[in-house]
Design a protein around this ligand. Sequence first.
Ligand code: ADP
Length: 399
Amino acid sequence: MAKVMAVNAGSSSLKFKLYEMPEEKVLCSGNAERIGHEDAIFGMKWGEESEKKILPILDHARAVELVVQAMLEKGIVKDMNEIVAVGHRIVQGGKYFSHSELFNKDTEDKIESLIPLAPLHNKAHLVGFRAFKQILPDVTNVAVFDTAFHQTMEPEDYVFPIPYELTEKYDCRRYGAHGTSHKYLAEMGAKYLPGVAHPRIISCHIGSGASITAIKDGKCVATSMGLTPLGGIMMGTRTGDLDPSVMNYLCKCTGKSVEEMYQMFNKQSGFLGVSGISNDSRDVLKAVDEGNKRAILANKIFIRRIADYIGQYFVRLGGADLIIFSAGIGENSARTREEVCDAIGTAMNVVIDKELNASIRSKEALISKPESAIKVAIIPTDEEVMIARDTYSFYKKDK
Ligand code: ADP
């Protein structure tokens, strides 16, 4: 038995979950938010209990100290040496990482060199890693990359049709994201396809960030996000795919800089931008029911983009055996699932049990009817357990 922590460090936050491995038992989970502020927030849940306090957390090292202290105080660990390994979520692994990797100098340097591709994320992940290294110097640290699962794509799926020397010189290509989630979904989805020789899965990770991945034989063949998580389907605040001339045109029209417009495409578009109401699909769907025209349009674009990608991947895979819905919207919004399945139903012979679908929230279920040509399942994603699994296996090798 070993205690392994899964960590997701952001620029001002640090989320953590402690597992007993290999049982995959969650011992506690929590979050430090507003790091860098006098009134930062630290919260932790363990068993049936939880605690939240407001206190100064001026840097990530202090946040890590608080995490360890809280675990000791609550008796979750008796000694901090019980924590044997820490797995760090890393958003961008570029072309270097097709699987998780032990955190050593080389790994650290490569993650650092990828900062231009994910400026906010990779920088924050390194700050998180270094904070752990300072507070827990002897543990095994493992980097688990959001992009790794997508490294099996073929060049025709990841190369953008730009001058090839730019692709080569700047590594400007599709990397995708949410790979850890899509890998988990593919593994979990396999049980619905017993006896299928070469399973073809389309996994829809639809939360406030959203991506769709085509998976064959457990490997990613195509994914909707691009160079960064801005590409693909429409999201809470992100545009998804756009004609690139929109950037040029709108910069000229508004006098905004490329950077300002890029921020708009990332933070003020998607559900929020089209509806003018909210980035949260719950608010938008409520407004749809009230007859708000822009909310109706936002939801229609959202559903159509998802359906278009599923159709594209159906062709890419030469058919499909299973469609999976996951993440905040995919797991919770029966209505979104139904609308997507209605949109693809006629072309792809997808038939779901609408009553069953309407009754499911946040739990695993097969919602397609037996006559459906493609099975449809809801599978709650679990990126943290994937991080813990990979980290534990490195720890065992490292021991
Ligand atoms: P992320 O991890 O990308 O921040 P999540 O996967 O947690 O996002 O998804 C969050 C989103 O899920 C919320 O913004 C909200 O739009 C959506 N969501 C959660 N519950 C529901 C629900 N019952 N109905 C519709 N949408 C929901």
